[in-house]
Design a protein around this ligand. Structure first.
Ligand SMILES: NC(=O)c1ccc[n+]([C@@H]2O[C@H](COP(=O)([O-])OP(=O)(O)OC[C@H]3O[C@@H](n4cnc5c(N)ncnc54)[C@H](OP(=O)(O)O)[C@@H]3O)[C@@H](O)[C@H]2O)c1
Length: 342
C-alpha cells in the first residue's frame, strides 16, 4: 500500500457537539517524529472513549485522532533500534491524547515511544493486551519480583485481584495464575454465574464479592489473609486489601473505579511491613517498558487472554466507544486498522 493517502478516525468539535468520521490524510498531516509506523491493530480503552466524547482532561483541542494503543510495522525510521520492517507496539506517553493516535493507518512518533515486539508476539496479539494488559503486567511483575525474587515456585497463599472482571483485572488474574499463584478474584459480579465462570476460566481459584474485601477497611488493621494484591479500584477495596495483607505483602494500586480516596491507617505498614506500589503505565521509561513487554511475550503470556477479545473495524469505533461510556460494553476489544493489507 502506498503511504500517500491513508484513513484515520477524526474527531471534530462544533459548538460543543462532538462528531467522529473516517477521513483521508497524507503523511504530511502527521506530527513530526523519528518513526513512521503502519498501524495494523489498535485497541479500545476508556480513555479513547473519553477523547471521542470531548473530555478536556484527555484531549485539549480538536480536531483530533484518538487511539492510545497502536501496533504495526515500522515504515520509516531515523533510529537503528527500530528499523523499517520491525513489528512494534506504541502506547502511553501522549499517544492518542494530544498526539495523533492509533485509530489511523499511520502514526509518526518519537523513537523513544516505540517498543520492538519480542519475537513471536504479533501486532494483533499485542493489542489483545494493549494498555490494559501492560498495566496488568506492570502490577503482576512488581508483585512477582517481591514474592519470587529468585524465580522458582510461587509461594503458597492467595493473591487478591480487585475489579477482576475489568480489562486490567481480568488479565492480571490470568497472568498471576499462569505464574502459579492461587488467585482470588474480587468482583461486583460474584452473584452472576457467567461472570464467575469467566474468572474461573481465566485461572481464579476463588471468586469473592468486592464488599467482602472492602469490609476489612472498617478496622485499623485486619487479620492477614493475602500474600499479595493487585488493586484496580482504589477506595475501601484497596484499603481493605492493604489492611488484610500478610507480613511484607506487596500490593499494587493502579486505578480508581471505586474511589480516589484511600481510608488507611499506618498500621499495616509499621506492624506488618506491607508494601504499597503505585503503577503508572503512561510515563514508564522506555527501557522498563521494553523489558516488561519481553515478559508479556514470554512467562506472562496467556492464550486465554488473546482468545477472549472481540475485533471491530475502525469504522465501528465511535459506536462501540459509546457502549464503554454507558457501561454496556464487556470485555476487551481490538480495532482492525490496516490489517487487511498484511
Ligand atoms: N495507572 C495506569 O497507568 C492505568 C492504566 C490503565 C487503567 N488504569 C485504571 O485502572 C482502572 C481499571 O481499568 P480497566 O481498564 O480495567 O477498566 P474496566 O475494564 O472498565 O474495568 C473496571 C472494573 O472495575 C470494577 N468497578 C467498576 N465500578 C466499580 C465500583 N464502583 N466499585 C468497585 N469496582 C468497580 C468492575 O469490576 P468487576 O466487573 O469485577 O466488578 C469493572 O469491571 C481504571 O480506574 C483505569 O483508569 C490505570
Amino acid at each position: 500500500m502506498s503511504t500517500s493517502r491513508f484513513r484515520a478516525l477524526r474527531v471534530h468539535e462544533n459548538d460543543g457537539t462532538m462528531s467522529a468520521r473516517i477521513e483521508e490524510f497524507s503523511p504530511d498531516d502527521l506530527p513530526a517524529g523519528e518513526v513512521l509506523v503502519r498501524v495494523q491493530y489498535s485497541s479500545l480503552n476508556y480513555k479513547d472513549a473519553l477523547s471521542l466524547a470531548g473530555n478536556r482532561g484527555v484531549t485539549r483541542s480538536y480536531p483530533h485522532t484518538p487511539g492510545i494503543d497502536a501496533a504495526g510495522e515500522v515504515v520509516e525510521s531515523a533510529d537503528g533500534a527500530v528499523p523499517p520492517g520491525r513489528a512494534v507496539v506504541v502506547h502511553g506517553y501522549d499517544l492518542g491524547m494530544n498526539t495523533w493516535g492509533g485509530f489511523s493507518e499511520y502514526i509518526r512518533v518519537p523513537a523513544d515511544w516505540v517498543v520492538p515486539l519480542p519475537d513471536g508476539l504479533a501486532p494483533r496479539e499485542a493489542m489483545a493486551y494493549g494498555t490494559a494488559g501492560y498495566t496488568a503486567a506492570l502490577s503482576v511483575e512488581r508483585i512477582d519480583r517481591v514474592l519470587r525474587p529468585d524465580g522458582g515456585a510461587a509461594p503458597d497463599g492467595p493473591v487478591v485481584v480487585s475489579g477482576a472482571g475489568g480489562g486490567v483485572g481480568s488479565i492480571a488474574v490470568a497472568m498471576l495464575s499462569g505464574l502459579g499463584y492461587a488467585v482470588t478474584a474480587s468482583t461486583g459480579k460474584a452473584d452472576d454465574a457467567k461472570a464467575r465462570q469467566r474468572l474461573t476460566d481465566l485461572g481464579a481459584e476463588e471468586v469473592v464479592d468486592r464488599d467482602a474485601v472492602a469490609a476489612d477497611a472498617e478496622r485499623p488493621i485486619a487479620k492477614g489473609r493475602w500474600i499479595g494484591g493487585v488493586d484496580t479500584t482504589g477506595g475501601t477495596i484497596l484499603a481493605g486489601m492493604v489492611k488484610a495483607a500478610g507480613y511484607g505483602a506487596p500490593v499494587t494500586c493502579c486505578g480508581l473505579t471505586r474511589d480516589a480516596e484511600l481510608p488507611l491507617t499506618v498500621f499495616p505498614f509499621i506492624l506488618r511491613g506491607v508494601q504499597l506500589y503505585g503503577i503508572d503505565s503512561v510515563q514508564t521509561p522506555i527501557a522498563e517498558r521494553r523489558r516488561v513487554w519481553g515478559r508479556i511475550a514470554t512467562d506472562l503470556r496467556r492464550l486465554t487472554v488473546e482468545s477472549a477479545v472481540s475485533e471491530i473495524a475502525l469504522d465501528d469505533v465511535p459506536e462501540v466507544a459509546n457502549g464503554l461510556l454507558n457501561g454496556s460494553h464487556r470485555g476487551r476489544t481490538i480495532v482492525r486498522v490496516a490489517a487487511s493489507e498484511r
